[in-house]
Design a binder for this molecule. Structure first.
Ligand SMILES: Nc1ncnc2c1ncn2[C@@H]1O[C@H](COP(=O)(O)OP(=O)(O)OP(=O)(O)O)[C@@H](O)[C@H]1O
Length: 260
């Protein structure tokens, strides 16, 4: 592990652990003010490992999506810091944040979010096209082969099944080799076979390509694909499991429910 100071940090140098892809310090996201104020995140300190698959779970309203959106630079926290490597997202202006999302972050959403008028291949290469970058052909071929879409590349999203569409979205997220891929309920709209395909692919991207993946899910079976599961409650990290199984996740969910 090597460490280096974070440039420009007012509270003094923070050591950056190179094994950590992204970390938060005292992360707060509040909505509203006065009596109607809601702290969606009420002080979250987490370190998410590089080349690791982390799942985020917790009851509805516990802050999972808010955390994911703050980590991915899609939402602005009201307090604390988000450090992607040595970049503090909370200090970036909108333009820099847009570039950071384009160049260093990949997304997979529950609703696939593909462009309907583009083919599967055009959807996959869209982030690179928008950035004016040429795809690394060997890497593109590897990603397409891994998601098993080689014979579907000329199809438009409406001609693909939900599972195939989500595999296109996964390939699109990976093709620029982002620092982190964020997946928000990626299997929420899929049947169990298609879910297993998508989760298997995310898992392989971590194991074989060293990708860092952070996924929000309600499903213990999905969480079991991760290396680590964080459990949120009331905007805070309440507990965690390393090397989870569906059974150990379910068991901890029951315990946490009982003590809520
Ligand atoms: N734009 C907003 N304005 C006001 N309150 C919000 C907003 N977005 C989220 N919240 C509130 O913040 C809290 C956390 O919401 P969040 O969507 O992060 O929870 P979640 O754990 O992802 O829930 P779910 O599992 O239902 O998707 C909730 O109480 C929610 O109502």
């Amino acid at each position: 592990m090597t460490a280096e100071p974070v440039p420009g940090d007012q509270a003094g140098p923070i050591l950056v652990d190179q094994a950590v892809a992204i970390r938060t310090l005292g992360l707060v996201r509040s909505y509203g003010s006065g009596e109607t104020r809601i702290d969606a995140l009420a002080g979250v300190d987490v370190e998410l490992g590089r080349g690791r698959f982390t799942a985020v779970m917790g009851p509805s309203g516990s802050g999972k999506s808010t955390l994911l959106h703050c980590l991915a630079g899609l939402d602005r926290p009201t307090g604390g810091q988000v450090l992607l490597g040595d970049t503090d997202l909370t200090r970036l202006d909108e333009r820099s944040l847009t570039h950071l999302r384009r160049d260093r972050i990949g997304f997979v959403f529950q609703a696939f979010n593909l462009v309907p008028t583009l083919t599967a291949l055009e959807n996959i290469t869209l982030p690179l096209d928008l950035a004016g970058r040429k795809p690394d052909q060997a890497w593109l071929d590897t990603v397409i082969a891994t998601v098993g879409l080689a014979d579907r590349l000329r199809h438009k999203p409406a001609e693909l099944s939900g599972g195939q569409q989500q595999r296109v979205a996964c390939a699109r997220a990976l093709v620029s080799r982002p620092d982190v891929v964020f997946a928000d309920e990626p299997t929420g709209n899929l049947d169990s076979k298609a879910s297993a395909d998508v989760l298997g692919f995310l898992h392989r991207s971590v194991r074989e390509f060293g990708q860092t993946v952070v996924m929000v899910t309600h499903d213990p079976t999905a969480a079991a694909y991760a290396d680590r599961v964080l459990f949120l409650a009331d905007g805070r990290v309440r507990s965690e499991l390393v090397d989870p199984t569906a059974e150990s996740v379910l068991e901890l969910m029951k315990q946490l429910d009982g003590t809520a």
